[in-house]
Design a protein around this ligand. Structure first.
Ligand code: NAP
Length: 288
């Protein structure tokens, strides 16, 4: 089967141009969107993610500041420092970069950032929008689900009435994504580590989205060409030093209609959605 690769690049460029215009408009009104990232310690993977976020900010003309705190910081000092950031009117979006050290893990991290500065979209007030049926992407919704919906829309892949299988049920991807797709009138099934006979579900879905983090979780045996499936690969794994997803692209691509690549698919959509959330947070400040 001739498959289509759902590359994020054209859409990211389109969204970036739109965001540049919006940032310029905000600047003309005296506001420059500014992202503050809290990093505790110096986890190398976190530093790489942060570098990407900084670059993405700069590309649209937004500002960025890193608050890197000692990995021995106690909960009280952490909370006091965070409070100062929350009260800083020049910072419009705050991210607490995960993971944090053991001594901070008991904190309710997703709800520590004020909802209006919660550009990750993890705060209970923002995730609740999804439970209320929100499908309006100009809200502070979680970035990966938002990016996936935009990618599907860009490639004219309808979700209404479709059978969608979401593999993974994390708070940052699987659960909010399932809810958002349900708000778009998809019929959503959620699979997880205890799901028996995953093949039965993958073979019967119109759209399969894998957010697990396991190399070769999905291979040729999971798909039938007649189903003309769309596959969205959220997974980020390394194999022999290379970045790969959960899906064996070489095996699966000839058997499906559409497939997102890793790298170059969901990853860039997540980053641009984060920048979009920063701009939205700043715009909401003007609207009040
Ligand atoms: P997570 O919190 O570890 O959740 C993984 C989920 O996969 C869990 O719900 C788990 O089930 C399920 N699972 C594990 N083994 C399975 C199996 N054999 N069959 C079916 N389900 C299985 O991970 P996450 O934070 O959601 O991230 C998932 C992947 O996406 C990771 O590779 C991560 O790096 C990547 N990611 C990518 C982006 C991006 O922008 N591209 C953004 C976020 C995350 P249980 O609930 O039963 O444990």
């Amino acid at each position: 089967m001739n498959f289509r690769t759902l590359s994020a690049q054209p859409l990211v460029e389109q969204m970036r141009n739109n965001l540049i215009e919006r940032v310029n408009l905000l600047k003309s009104k005296g506001l420059t969107p500014r992202m503050g990232i809290v990093l505790v310690g110096d986890n190398p993977a976190s530093l790489t993610y942060i570098k990407n976020k900084r670059k993405a900010c700069e590309l649209v003309g937004a500002q960025f500041e890193l608050h890197q705190w000692n990995d021995q910081i106690g909960p009280e000092e952490f909370l006091a420092n965070l409070e100062a950031l929350k009260n800083n009117p020049d910072i419009h979006g705050i991210i607490i970069q995960l993971p944090v050290p053991e001594q901070l893990k008991h904190l309710d991290l997703t709800n520590l950032v004020s909802p209006e500065k919660d550009i990750d979209g993890f705060h209970g007030m923002n995730t609740q929008l999804l439970f209320k049926g929100c499908r309006e992407l100009e809200n502070l919704l979680p970035c990966t689900p938002k990016g996936i919906v935009r990618l599907l829309q860009h490639y004219n892949i309808a979700v209404e009435g479709k059978e969608v299988l979401v593999i993974g049920r994390s708070l940052i991807v699987g659960k909010p994504l399932s809810m958002l797709l349900s708000n778009y009138n998809a019929t959503v099934t959620i699979a997880h580590s205890k799901t028996k006979d995953l093949i039965r579900y993958t073979k019967n879905a119109d759209i399969v989205i894998s957010a697990v983090g396991k190399v070769n979780l999905l291979t040729a045996k999971h798909f039938s060409p007649e189903r003309k499936t769309t596959v969205i690969d959220v997974g980020i794994n390394t194999l022999n030093g290379k970045l790969v997803g959960d899906v064996n692209f070489a095996e699966v691509s000839p058997l499906v209609a559409n497939i997102s690549p890793v790298p170059g698919g969901v990853g860039p959509m997540t980053v641009i959605s984060l920048i979009e959330n920063l701009v939205i947070a700043c715009e909401k400040k003007i609207k009040g």
